[in-house]
Structures are given as C-alpha cells and as structure tokens.
Ligand binder design. Structure first.
Ligand code: SME
Length: 159
C-alpha cells in the first residue's frame, strides 16, 4: 500500500543524493535504486530514454531483464511517451499491446519525463508482480519526481 510519508522521505533523500551537479545517467541510476529499495511492491524500476522522437531505449534500471528498445507506437511505455500522459495499469493483461519483459508482472505505472517546454526526455516505468499495486498516491509522487527530472535536464540533448 503506497504511503505518502515513505514517498516524502524517499523523494527528499533522492534530492539530497543528486545535489546540484548530478548528470542525466547518474540521476536515473540513483532514482531507480532508491525507489526500488524503498517500496516492497516495486519489482522492476527503471527508465526508458527518448533517443529519437519515436524510439525509447532502456536506461538504468533495477530488477530482472528490461526490453532494450520500445517504439512510441508500442506498449505502455510507448503510450506514455506518445500521449505525454501517465499510464496507470491495474491489470497488464487488459492493456492492449502491453509488452511483457517479465512473465510475472501483473500491474504497472509509467510516467513521462517532460521538459517545461513539453519535450519528451523519456519515461519512468515501474512494474509490480501484485495486481492493482499502484494508485493516485503513487501517481502524484512519481509525477512530482519526473517533473523535477524534466526541469533539471531540460537542456539535455544526448539522451
Ligand atoms: N511493459 C512495458 C515494457 C517495459 S517492461 O515493463 C520493463 C511496456 O509495455 O511498455
């Protein structure tokens, strides 16, 4: 069950760890690690980077195997990048075109990382082996975290 207190503590710790000079890759690696170890229902936690305006490539992650490339036209990650909207999926079997990198995943949340100008830098993807594991609390805090990353790396070109 998502806890606002645990999210507040985790996001505060991430901010402190990133400081003022973290680069894009070390920031993604640090965020994936801190989130994955803070929440027991997170079974895959990681980033896909928008290397072109229609292709996502996997970045730092925690957990089992992550698919390497996802076109914007496919999967939950593609839908988040294409629509620039968070995808909260209580049952991945019911999501048309869901890409199963792991056979144990039951539910998922994917949040786009947008610059203040609306450019897609990538997405934060979290999978759970529990059905219906994510709710509005997860969405609220993960969107806050991703907005911060989007603002911090708005000048980032090579993703
Ligand atoms: N399930 C995602 C693919 C990435 S794995 O979850 C790591 C999707 O449908 O886009």
């Amino acid at each position: 069950m998502p806890s606002p207190t645990l999210y507040e503590e985790t996001l505060t710790r991430i901010d402190a760890l990133l400081g003022d000079d973290a680069d894009w890759v070390s920031a993604m690696a640090t965020v994936a690690c801190e989130l994955h170890h803070a929440f027991d229902y997170y079974h895959w936690t990681g980033f896909y980077r928008a290397v072109t305006d229609d292709l996502l490539v996997v970045g730092p992650y925690q957990g089992g195997h992550g698919c390497l490339q996802i076109p914007f036209s496919r999967g939950v990650c593609g839908a988040a990048a294409r629509t620039k909207q968070t995808q909260l999926v209580p049952d991945v079997e019911a999501f048309p075109g869901h890409i199963a990198c792991s056979s144990t995943t039951k539910s998922e949340i994917v949040v786009p990382i947008l610059t203040p100008a609306g450019r897609v830098l990538g997405v934060l993807d979290v999978d759970s082996d529990f059905p219906d594991a994510f709710d509005a609390v997860d969405q609220q805090y993960l969107e806050r975290l991703c907005a911060g990353l989007g603002a911090r790396f708005s000048r980032q070109r090579d993703l």
